[in-house]
Design a binder for this molecule. Structure first.
Ligand code: ADP
Ligand code: NI
Length: 216
């Protein structure tokens, strides 16, 4: 029964994300889904809620919908109704989708649950390390941003609005988000996996500046 709900959700998400940008496509969802299940193993959580939230968490990202933050949760809710899922489950999954995102990191979330913690960690893991680097430059290219500009300094403590509007060079995103994530992991498994990916990004940036400056 649960397996059937998951299969139906996978099919729905695959179809919805057919033309998505490469960092927010079905493969991102698949990685987040797998990492969510891995992290959930050692957490006391409802596995169906974790699985469906992971699958639906980026169903209509506001970045790709003129900043509209309600399309994603609404789409997810309408779809979940077709599965005839319990309303308490639907409400919980929709809350997770509304609260999972980083958005500059300087806003107060208004919902909390162990299931949110698991899926948020899995989503954050996919934002760092080798995959995180690839997704970040892909997004920068998609938005026609510069790779790096030494004149444009990273902005910490941006409001949610400023974070969303930022057109800064892609390297700045490492300082504005990616390097901050390891200290924001919720679960022990998440923390462990994040440290390794974090160290890889630090090495990457050192190499990047050496090559930029012609010192290697
Ligand atoms: P969140 O809402 O949690 O920040 P996003 O969906 O915005 O999550 O980010 C997912 C990934 O998209 C980031 O980890 C990064 O790879 C890419 N991304 C988002 N915003 C930017 C940006 N301004 N510059 C480069 N990459 C970005
Ligand atoms: Ni995501």
């Amino acid at each position: 029964m649960e397996q059937e709900l998951i299969k139906k959700t996978e099919a729905f998400v695959k179809k919805e994300l057919q033309h998505a940008e490469g960092g927010h496509d079905w493969f991102h969802i698949e990685r987040v889904y797998k990492n969510s299940l891995l992290i959930a193993k050692t957490e006391n959580v409802n596995h169906l809620i974790v699985a469906l939230s992971a699958l639906l968490h980026d169903i209509a990202d506001s970045k790709f919908h003129d900043g509209n933050e309600s399309i994603g949760p609404e789409k997810a809710e309408n779809f979940l109704r077709t599965l005839h899922l319990d309303q308490t489950y639907i409400d919980h999954i929709v809350q997770i989708i509304k609260n999972i995102s980083f958005k500059g990191g300087n806003f107060q979330p208004n919902f909390h649950s162990a299931e949110l913690e698991v899926v948020q960690d899995a989503d954050r893991l996919d934002a760092i390390g080798a995959i995180g680097i690839a997704r970040t430059f892909n997004y920068g290219g998609f938005k026609n941003r510069k790779i790096y500009d030494p004149e444009v300094k990273p902005q910490l403590n941006m409001t949610k609005e400023a974070y969303k509007k930022s057109e800064a060079p892609t390297i700045n995103h490492f300082y504005e988000k990616l390097l901050l994530l390891k200290d924001r992991m919720n679960t022990e498994t998440g923390k462990k996996l994040a440290q390794k990916r974090h160290d890889f990004m630090v090495d990457y940036l050192n190499q990047f500046y050496s090559e930029w400056n012609g010192t290697v």
